[in-house]
Design a binder for this molecule. Structure first.
Ligand code: NAG
Ligand code: NAG
Length: 160
């Protein structure tokens, strides 16, 4: 194999890896709601959403919503879209996002590789009063200084 075939093979393996891991990251603001997406090319009878591989979040059993095993922490905060099930859409909407909601959500479909959704939580941004002219000047200068090493590294890599 020549170098190009090697490169192509490496890229291909990278792509396969990407597909098999299937993990996406979603950000939610505290108190808001967020959609955790999961879909299948087929119509599925059973789908299990889990949090951190343990807590039950939302189940579809025999084609219908089933809240029997749902963790109390998620009660009343998770909504599925039953009218979308036949389209293979098993996304859920998590409302009133809490700090403890962060972590990995897994959409498990029997005989398929699980889909992972990483949920990050951020605080609602509070509008701060406008800094006065003197403070913002200091900040700008500080920012300028911190960029210098980066510029230096960039210049060095060009020189090589
Ligand atoms: C699944 O359904 C939800 C709710 O209607 C919608 O927001 C989302 O876009 C749908 N996803 C796909 C892949 O169709
Ligand atoms: C879930 O996992 C995340 C990341 O490891 C962790 O920060 C969080 O505390 C866990 N949450 C629960 C309820 O286990």
């Amino acid at each position: 194999m020549d170098i190009r075939s090697h490169l192509l093979l490496a890229l291909l393996l990278l792509k396969i890896h990407e597909v098999s891991v299937q993990s996406i990251t979603v950000e939610a603001v505290l108190g808001d709601s967020v959609i955790l997406a999961c879909s299948s090319i087929r119509y599925e009878q059973d789908v299990f959403w889990r949090h951190n591989n343990s807590k039950s979040v939302y189940d579809i059993i025999d084609g219908g919503e089933n809240f029997h095993d749902q963790d109390p922490g998620f009660r009343g905060r998770v909504k599925g879209f039953p009218s979308e099930f036949t389209k293979g859409n098993y996304s859920i909407k998590l409302s009133d996002v809490k700090p403890t909601d962060r972590g990995t959500y897994t959409c498990q479909i029997p005989d398929s590789s699980p889909l992972h959704v990483e949920l990050k939580i951020k605080e609602r941004r509070i509008l701060e009063p406008k800094p006065n002219a003197r403070n913002s000047g200091v900040m700008r200068r500080a920012g300028g200084v911190s960029l210098l090493p980066l510029v230096y590294v960039l210049l060095c890599s060009f020189a090589v």
